[in-house]
Design a protein around this ligand. Structure first.
Ligand SMILES: Nc1ncnc2c1ncn2[C@@H]1O[C@H](COP(=O)(O)OP(=O)(O)OP(=O)(O)O)[C@@H](O)[C@H]1O
Length: 456
């Protein structure tokens, strides 16, 4: 499909010239003569690239003003300024505001094409990065306003600027990696790399190459190890308890020295790396069972952080559901669905042993599999059975989803009615025997049935 480029210039011949050159290259081009015309055109459809003249006669906003609006409203769309001879300074000012590049009039066709190709490539990459972050869930937005989450945020804020090693403990899928990323991003190392290492994959055989890399020469190709790759940034060891006992000592040595030698190398490589580790197991237990070195544990847990499981912050679930719907929708194109109060009550009552990751997976599954009209509300019955299974069951054998959507008084009434009907049926309609079994006076049972609207 042809790309969509908007050219904004008050001079008709320049507009046509730029559009003509780009169209010859297979791009799609549309034109606008001033700022209002441009904004109307952008409102119809967001272009992938904008060429924007700096001086525009008769335009409500000049090029720089329009650029500011565009950067605020569509920061992801690259803008290339068209500068007249002699206003290079303005063009430079435009780059400072956020323009991608500029071309100077009179320009050569090949320069125009080159700038357009590069800007479009940038646009494509930006979009891809955003999508990948959404798919992998690695965008480090931390959702939740529960007090547990607020406490976690405070600890992240406090520990981020220090260079201290952090050990993040929490159940599987609760957001330990996200916490590590948030610490990295709030630290002075934010522009440095964030390297993730799965501890279980670091076998004694491959550990040295993976962590320290391989020196080149003598038939070996040079390989950069994780410590070197993370220089100036953060190295995150996921599930540190999985680190084989044999490799724990070596890592301890690097932590003490902050230097190592590459495999086959003789010179010491010095690195500046902040180490963050995570565990879903109790490391003190691992230490007493002899599986984890105590000295390593002390080195790693200078700042211990605990990420709460989802069942400790159920009030965050509606916001998480909304956030994941947006994320999954952006990545897959699936429409956002309204989750009804009964379905939300079920989601909030579930135990979530897999925590936030499990919730996210279920929302994705729900968005893919749920039937009905796209604007139909998701009800409790539409949730995967796995989620509804822990609900209190109703005496009539149906799931308790409906109960969970009701206030206590209504839920109790519904329960009582179904319970008593079931008991009466059990005793063949015999009120005396029913009253005896349920532990009520016969007359009290009569009154109860009457108040519940059950004819007996
Ligand atoms: N508070 C939160 N807000 C938004 N997304 C979250 C939150 N917590 C976790 N997630 C998302 O849930 C998923 C699992 O989180 P993460 O990988 O950080 O958990 P983990 O505890 O490191 O998991 P594991 O124990 O499997 O290593 C990710 O997609 C992450 O982005």
């Amino acid at each position: 499909m042809a790309t969509d480029i908007l050219i904004v210039d008050d001079e008709a011949d320049i507009r046509e010239l730029v559009a003509g050159i780009l169209e010859d290259e297979g791009h799609g081009a549309r034109t606008a003569k001033d700022s209002d015309d441009a904004m109307a055109s952008i409102a119809q459809r967001r272009p992938q690239l904008i060429f924007l003249d700096i001086w525009m006669q008769g335009s409500r906003l000049d090029g720089l003003q329009l650029l500011e609006v565009l950067k605020a409203e569509h920061p992801e769309v690259p803008v290339v300024m068209i500068s007249g001879h002699g206003n290079i300074e303005t063009a430079v000012a435009a780059i400072k505001i956020g323009a991608y590049d500029f071309i100077e009039k009179p320009f050569k066709a090949d320069r125009l094409v080159l700038v357009a190709d590069r800007a479009l490539e940038t646009w494509r990459l930006r979009r891809e990065v955003t999508q990948l972050r959404q798919i992998s869930g690695s965008s480090s937005k931390m959702i939740g306003r529960s007090s547990a989450m607020n406490q976690l945020r405070q600890i992240i804020e406090k520990s981020a600027p220090t260079n201290s090693r952090v050990l993040i403990a929490g159940p599987p899928g609760s957001g330990k990696e996200l916490t590590a990323r948030s610490i990295h991003q709030a630290s002075a190392r934010a522009n440095g790399p964030f390297v993730v290492l799965n501890s279980a994959s670091i076998t004694p055989e491959t550990m040295e190459t993976e962590l320290f890399g391989v020196e080149g020469g003598e038939g070996r190709t040079r390989k950069i190890g994780a410590f070197e790759e993370a220089h100036g940034g953060t190295l995150f060891f996921d599930e540190i308890a999985d680190l084989p006992r044999e490799t724990q000592g070596k890592i301890l040595r690097v932590l003490i020295d902050q230097s190592f030698t590459r495999v086959g190398g003789a010179t010491k490589v010095h690195v500046d790396v902040r180490i963050i580790t995570s565990t879903s197991r109790d490391l003190t237990e691992e230490v007493s069972d002899g599986r984890f070195r105590e000295d390593l544990l002390h080195r790693l847990s200078v700042v211990p952080i605990r990420v709460p499981g989802l069942s400790e912050r159920r009030e965050d679930i509606p916001e998480l559901v909304d956030y994941f719907q947006g994320q999954i929708g952006a990545a897959t194109g699936l429409p956002r669905r309204v989750v009804g109060p009964d379905a939300m009550a079920v989601l909030q009552s579930h135990e979530w042993p897999g925590n936030v990751r499990q919730l996210r997976n279920n929302i994705e599954r729900l968005m893919i599999l749920v039937g009905g009209e796209p604007d139909a509300t998701i009800t409790a019955e539409m949730l995967p059975p796995e989620i509804g299974a822990l609900m209190p069951t109703r005496p009539n054998g149906q799931g308790g989803e409906q109960l969970m959507g009701l206030q206590l008084r209504d839920a109790r009434e519904l329960f009582e009615r179904e319970y008593l009907i079931a008991q009466i049926n059990r005793f063949g309609g015999n009120i005396s025997r029913t009253a005896e079994f349920v532990g009520m006076e016969r007359s009290a049972l009569h009154r109860k049935l009457k108040s519940l609207g059950v004819g007996a």
